[in-house]
Design a protein around this ligand. Structure first.
Ligand SMILES: *[C@@H]1O[C@H](CO)[C@@H](O)[C@H](O)[C@H]1NC(C)=O
Ligand SMILES: *[C@@H]1O[C@H](CO)[C@@H](O)[C@H](O)[C@H]1NC(C)=O
Length: 317
């Protein structure tokens, strides 16, 4: 009895949200106090062949890879040079314990990793890649702005070449089997969205909205007068209808979002070199010295900016 009343209420609420578009309620607040209840360290091999050694929680705590004070600070270990015969530089890959389908994720970030050889990412991943899909919210390499936002999934998901977004689309086929797994990416038009400029402007906010009809990503630099008040305040509910044109817009015109994207975990990681950052074209064209692997092995002083600092992450459903 109780259950059916609850179900009716729930479906009424869900119907109301669909009808009115973009209102969502806060479901998870992830800050320094709750981070370890919500995210787990994954000491796994990097599938993109990075010069990295992802560590477990205990190692992360003892090496200062994670520091929980007023913020959530996640850093590579840049305390010294590393052996050329070892696996790579100690760093972090953290994954949310929960999975999300229709949701908003807001990341309030003070600092992001940059420096030669760095390849940081804030992203979401489903089961059985590429079938459950991947949404890259923040990604780039070797200090080079702007931020790149990308979907990767199985065949049968493409994006219209022209769509209502402020960023610049790259490839439009999200199928990982074409274009060497470039996915369907969009470059932000704001240089403050990545790297040194992001940090020197005090960071900012990224937000991603996923529904069964579309995926949208926004970025606001710290002092952007257009930052919505619900984002700025980390409000207990948000309305995406007030957020303006997204930086990246991935509609369902030629992509069934429900069948190409399963429930997702949120992942935050920092790798070095590897398939993208370390490729000879990406590394040398960014003006970085030496080879990527030698640089990452031997120049800890060049990697002092290889850390994320989050004020909070909030999930709305
Ligand atoms: C880390 O992030 C990069 C960039 O998104 C990704 O391609 C790579 O697979 C990630 N590595 C792991 C182990 O998650
Ligand atoms: C999209 O995929 C879902 C899940 O597989 C399915 O239920 C739905 O009918 C599909 N929609 C269309 C328009 O094909």
């Amino acid at each position: 009895m109780q259950f059916s009343v609850a179900s009716v209420l729930l479906s009424t609420l869900l119907a109301a949200r669909t009808a009115y578009g973009g209102t969502y309620s806060l479901s998870d607040t992830i800050d320094a106090g709750s981070f370890l209840d919500n995210f787990a360290f994954q000491a796994i091999a990097d599938p993109t062949h990075g010069r990295v050694n992802y560590v477990d929680l205990q190692t992360a705590q003892s090496e200062g890879i994670i520091t929980l004070g007023n913020t959530i600070r996640l850093s590579a270990d840049v305390s010294g040079t590393i052996s050329a015969s070892g696996p790579g530089r100690d760093s972090f890959r953290v994954q949310s314990n929960k999975q999300y389908t229709t949701h908003i994720a807001v990341f309030n970030v003070d600092h992001m990793p940059h420096g030669c050889g760095t390849w940081p990412a804030i992203w979401e991943l489903g089961a059985n890649w590429p079938n459950g899909g991947e949404v890259d919210i923040v990604e780039g390499v070797n200090d080079v702005p702007p931020n790149r936002m990308t979907l990767h999934t199985s065949a049968g998901c493409t994006m219209p070449a022209s769509r209502d977004e402020s960023g610049t689309p790259l490839q439009n086929d999200c199928n990982v089997a074409v274009n060497s797994n470039a996915g369907c990416g969009v470059l932000e038009n704001d240089p403050n969205s990545y790297g040194p400029d992001f940090n020197s402007n005090g960071g900012g906010w990224w937000a991603m909205e996923r529904t069964s009809d579309e995926i949208k990503i926004w970025f606001w630099t710290r002092n952007d007068a257009n930052t919505p008040s619900d984002i700025k305040n980390g409000a207990s509910s948000v309305n995406t209808d007030n957020w303006g044109r997204p930086d990246a817009y991935f509609p369902n015109t030629d992509c069934n979002i429900s069948s190409h994207f399963s429930p997702h975990n949120i992942i935050i990681n920092l790798t070095f070199c590897g398939d993208w950052a370390g490729s000879s074209s990406a590394y040398s064209s960014s003006g970085c010295p030496d080879t990527c692997v030698d640089y990452v092995n031997n120049n800890p002083a060049g990697l002092i900016n290889a850390f994320f600092e989050f004020e909070w992450i909030k999930i709305y459903e």
